[in-house]
Design a binder for this molecule. Structure first.
Ligand SMILES: NC(=O)C1=CN([C@@H]2O[C@H](COP(=O)(O)OP(=O)(O)OC[C@H]3O[C@@H](n4cnc5c(N)ncnc54)[C@H](O)[C@@H]3O)[C@@H](O)[C@H]2O)C=CC1
Ligand SMILES: CC(=O)C(=O)O
Ligand SMILES: [Mg+2]
Length: 679
């Protein structure tokens, strides 16, 4: 019989009779071993293979193949035997693939201790210390993973205690530092800590603290992370890409640092954003951290302060423009796809002109998307549809919603484009949605001189706004007073622009439950705080912000729910789904499927309480659902080419539930794998 202290997951150590220690790699949903029964038992050389049936929660029986060895050492050859035996047991390639192999390392001794991908600190078992030449390089006692975890969390809690009373920025950077040190030392422990405490740690490795980190990056810099391609590397990128030590890369997040959150041009310091986004990929989508690559394209900066800063680590030149700029991005994209043709590239925080231009230039050629334009749009659309449901109205009523969008940049226009597609689907292509768009010069109408071509479809005709008493360039306050919108959505990057007057004007909204989305990041750039929104616009609002705020105590026993409308709810699933589908491009259909999946995730009960998005604690679950929706859309569009052993035909016959399970099975989870040295 099998006994285990933890749910059976991909790879865990269990205690079993008659063997004292067995390493088990399993396929299947988490379950407790008390529910597991050994179904059959085979011996292949030194490997014992159990087929176990587990009763999972849904009452369905699921086969689990467990590969067990008496010692913790499995040579690559033994793993190959195990894989093929497991595969023959089930007669299914998918099952054999679900068994991860050991980690092959090409280094020994101190080099392993200094490599965060493989380092286990004091957690190396004695046999592994012997095999890898670590004996004597570590204190003798072996500390378990769980113990190491507890120790880290204890130091983190002490830091929280010891920094009480210090400034917010100081505390945030101290927390980032302690996490970053762990990241630099031991990635397995780092990601376990991150996954288990995602609600507390996302605000540190992601928005808002990541913004502060980028602003101070040159001073905080200790060790490089990711790759840096600069304008000086022109002609060299095809060979440089081979400097990256991993054989395979699945997910790349790329920035040129030109529009970092709402903080503007931060040049090379913007590398913090790809790092933070990829941390979310590992935590939410289970992308293997050995297969991620944060990239900075340093084409210079127009930030004078940085150019004059002696500590600045980027190129000290103005940004390249025009064809010179594009030739750098072209060269990078060609180089990446020459080495890793199936890697997904996420463009992040590019200034608007390049966000749109590069999206059009590459989206039919490479598997890429722009998160600010497309990821944000899906998250906002899900929130906007949730708002309609929160009003107790049918979804088709979305076509009648009056939506004021403040910010006509890559994010604002991305949202409006997706919202327009949704209205066209609901009310036909001739529908005329009630969208009002403002930028720094106020309401955008067709009278606007030098109007950006991307904004043209949303510019109101003079005749349309005259009836409301508005004109070209009308102020935000005027627009809110006259339009009485159902939704006020900010993607302007301007902190506090939804001031008291504007919020008070929202009390006159034509909606029974007006929505305020202050989506700009980081926190200081949010259009308003949650507290101000509920205070000035009333308790009846639905509120969402891009960076996290605490829920608001309304003082009468009621709580104003704060949603986090951030593209983190979609980009991990879009990337993971694109990867597992094996599609060569990411289509509007795949993105729409992602948005619809998020929109339908919440129950009516939750929506009526103003809860539009799931808790960040369930981000791994929602990401699996979104990923599955994206794969299914790719299959429906006949774009799926499959991933590893799972081909397009196998993807095509998976049911909805099987697809979600397939996605979950492909999510990496941090456990110490046995390390095997190969020269
Ligand atoms: N919550 C989320 O998931 C996301 C949030 N964002 C945030 O949205 C903000 C904008 O991002 P992008 O659109 O990419 O930037 P962008 O620079 O392309 O666009 C900013 C837009 O805001 C307008 N604007 C500036 N000052 C204004 C004012 N006083 N009144 C009205 N409009 C004004 C500009 O004219 C421009 O149209 C950033 O703070 C970013 O962090 C962006 C992507 C995702
Ligand atoms: C969340 C995000 O992508 C941004 O603020 O740019
Ligand atoms: Mg962004």
């Amino acid at each position: 019989m099998v006994h285990t202290p933890v749910g059976l997951r991909r790879s865990c150590t269990i205690f079993a009779d008659p063997f004292p220690f067995l390493t088990v790699n399993s396929f299947g949903a988490s379950s407790t071993a008390s529910e597991a029964q050994v179904f059959s038992f085979h011996k292949c050389g030194d490997i014992y293979i159990h087929t176990i049936y587990i009763d999972i929660a849904r009452g369905r029986k699921l086969a689990v193949v467990a590969v067990c060895a008496v010692s913790d050492f499995l040579s690559p050859e033994m793993w190959r035997v195990a894989r093929s035996a497991a595969s023959s047991l089930r007669g299914s390639r998918r099952f054999s693939m679900a068994i991860p192999g050991p980690c092959i390392v090409h280094k020994r001794g101190a080099d392993i201790l200094h490599d965060p991908w493989f380092n286990k600190d004091t957690g190396f078992p004695v046999t592994e210390r012997d095999r890898l030449g670590l004996r004597g390089l570590l204190p003798p006692r072996v500390i378990s993973f769980e113990h190491q975890y507890d120790r880290f969390m204890e130091s983190y809690r002490s830091l929280e205690k010891n920094t009480q009373g210090q400034s917010e920025g100081f505390v945030a950077l101290s927390k980032w530092r302690i996490l970053n040190r762990l990241h630099d030392r031991n990635e397995t422990l780092y990601y376990r800590v991150l996954i288990n405490n995602i609600k507390d740690f996302a605000p540190i490795i992601y928005t808002p603290t990541v913004g502060l980190v980028c602003q101070n990056y040159s001073g905080l810099f200790r060790r490089p992370r990711g790759m840096y391609f600069s304008a000086k590397d022109k002609g060299e990128m095809m060979s440089m890409i081979y400097n990256w030590p991993a054989q395979q890369v699945d997910m790349i997040v790329l920035t040129d640092g030109s529009r970092i959150l709402g903080l503007g041009d931060l040049g090379v310091q913007g590398i913090g954003i790809p790092i933070g986004k990829l941390d979310m990929y590992v935590a939410a989508a289970g992308i293997n951290p050995q297969r991620i690559l944060p990239v900075m394209l340093d084409v210079g900066t127009n930030n004078q302060k940085l150019l004059q800063d002696p500590l600045y680590l980027g190129l000290r030149q103005p940004r390249l423009e025009g064809e010179e700029y594009l030739s750098i991005v072209d060269e990078f994209m060609e180089a990446v796809h020459a080495r890793w043709p199936k890697a997904v590239v996420q463009f992040e925080d590019f200034q608007m002109k390049w966000a749109f231009e590069t999206l059009q230039r590459y989206r039919k050629k490479f598997c890429m998307f722009n998160d600010d334009v497309q990821g944000t749009a899906g998250v906002a659309l899900a929130g906007l549809l949730g708002t309609v449901r929160a009003q107790g109205r049918p979804l088709s009523d979305f076509a009648n919603q009056k939506i004021v969008v403040v910010g006509a940049g890559s994010a604002g226009l991305g949202v409006l484009n997706m919202a327009l597609q949704a209205v066209s689907r609901m009310a036909g292509p001739t529908a005329d949605p009630h969208f009002f768009l403002l930028d720094k010069d106020g309401l955008i109408t067709k009278e606007r001189k030098d109007i950006d071509p991307a904004a043209v479809p949303f510019a109101k005709a003079q005749g349309e706004v005259e009836g409301l008493g508005l004109r070209e360039g009308a102020s935000l306050l005027e627009v809110v007073k006259k339009v009485k919108p159902h939704v006020l959505l900010g993607l302007s990057g301007v902190g506090g622009i939804f001031n008291e007057e504007v919020l008070r004007a929202m009390r006159e909204s034509d909606s029974t439950k007006p929505a305020i989305f202050a989506m700009s990041n980081p926190t200081m750039n949010a259009e308003c705080t949650a507290m101000d929104a509920f205070k000035h616009a009333g308790e009846n609002i639905v509120f969402a912000s891009g960076s996290p705020f605490e829920h608001v105590d309304l003082g009468n026993g009621k709580v104003g729910h704060v949603n986090q409308a951030n593209n983190m709810y979609l980009f991990p699933g879009i990337g993971l789904g694109a990867l597992l589908s094996g599609a060569r491009i990411i289509t509007d259909g795949m993105l729409q499927a992602a948005a619809e999946c998020l929109a339908s995730y919440m129950t009516d009960g939750e929506i009526l309480k103003g809860i539009l998005y799931p808790s960040i604690n369930s981000i791994r679950d929602i990401t699996a659902e979104v990923g599955a929706a994206v794969v299914r859309a790719a299959v429906a569009e006949e774009l799926a080419e499959g991933h590893h052993e799972v081909g397009p035909k196998e993807l095509a016959i998976m049911s909805k539930d099987e697809m979600v399970q397939y996605v979950k099975d492909n999510m990496w989870y941090p456990v110490y794998s046995p390390l095997v040295h190969e020269k």
